[in-house]
Design a protein around this ligand. Structure first.
Ligand code: MN
Length: 295
């Protein structure tokens, strides 16, 4: 099943190039008993198994439009965390080590030596929203990645059963401002975490470690690889992360980028795709509105 959140927050089922408005299915979600209390976990992903039959039931009466006409938001709106996996493709490690001035020598060594990092949840957008660069005068890079969405509450799980806790997959862009600051700051600007265009549920992906993916900027190929080339597998990533903290439904793992990361500037268009998942286009908007804004 391909599940989207689009336009003004509609729930969508994507099928054959069309998106069906199945928002009526949302009536099966339980009302929050104590809305002032923090609830960890994205409500859609937490109730995915409840939603699936409701989505199918809503389909006959759904209004429909072509996917090109829809504005896709992140299919996960309220993750408890966005986890970043660094240096997970050999060729990207090589390009980072060959240009320490750009990639910073603060972050070297294997994944286990560096650990994972976190991106602020407030950075999360869908492709329809586009990316606004915070510091257009600095180097802002695209990192094309497979996004993994956790479906269960998970702690201290072994790699051998880790794939069974995945809700689904989406395309992820781990955007970053290059420079000396901590990654959690440079990768957390508003819109620097793109997820979309929809969630492909795990049952539709036979082998997440065998997916071709690519990214073009303004039509020029920048990144192309296959998820088989990851150094730390997805199952190992989930196991490793769950040793440090509990994973909640909707938590996003950006599983690392391949070689070919490079700068984008306002006016550019990123086009990226993962075989069997989706294609998506993301605009780099004119420079971020730097006007003071306090609401
Ligand atoms: Mn990355």
């Amino acid at each position: 099943m391909r599940i989207a959140v689009y336009d003004d927050g509609k729930l969508g089922l994507v099928k054959d190039g069309m998106v069906y408005d199945v928002s009526a299915a949302l009536s099966v979600l339980p009302a929050a008993e104590k809305p002032w209390m923090g609830v960890r976990g994205d409500p859609l992903i937490s109730h995915l198994e409840l939603l699936r039959p409701a989505i199918l039931a809503a389909l006959p009466d759904a209004s429909v439009k072509a996917v090109e006409e829809a504005c896709f938001l992140s299919p996960v709106q309220r993750p408890s965390k966005i986890i970043g996996v660094p240096v997970n493709y050999h060729e990207h490690v090589a390009e980072a080590e060959s240009d320490v001035a750009t990639f910073s020598d603060r972050f070297r060594g294997s994944i286990e030596q560096q650990g994972f990092f976190l991106k602020a949840v407030s950075a999360l957008v869908g492709p329809g929203e586009g990316i606004k660069l915070r510091f257009p005068d600095r180097r802002n890079d695209h990192e094309m990645e497979l996004g993994v969405v956790i479906g269960r509450v998970v702690s201290n799980i072994g790699a051998e059963e880790a794939l069974s806790v995945i809700a689904g997959y989406a395309i992820a862009l781990d955007m970053v401002v290059r420079g000396p600051e901590d990654r959690s700051l440079r990768k957390s600007g508003d819109s620097y975490a793109v997820l979309g265009p929809w969630l492909v549920t795990a049952d539709e992906v036979a082998d997440p470690q065998a997916l071709d993916f690519s990214l073009h900027v303004n039509g020029d190929l920048r990144q192309a690889s296959n998820t088989s080339r990851m150094i730390m597998t997805i199952a190992e990533q989930i196991a490793y992360a769950s040793r440090f903290y509990t994973l909640y439904p909707g938590d996003i793992i950006m599983t690392g980028t391949c070689e070919g990361v490079g700068p984008v500037k306002p006016g550019d268009t990123i086009a990226c795709g993962i075989d069997g998942i989706a294609d998506m286009t993301v605009a780099i908007h004119p420079a971020y509105d730097e006007a003071r804004n306090v609401q």
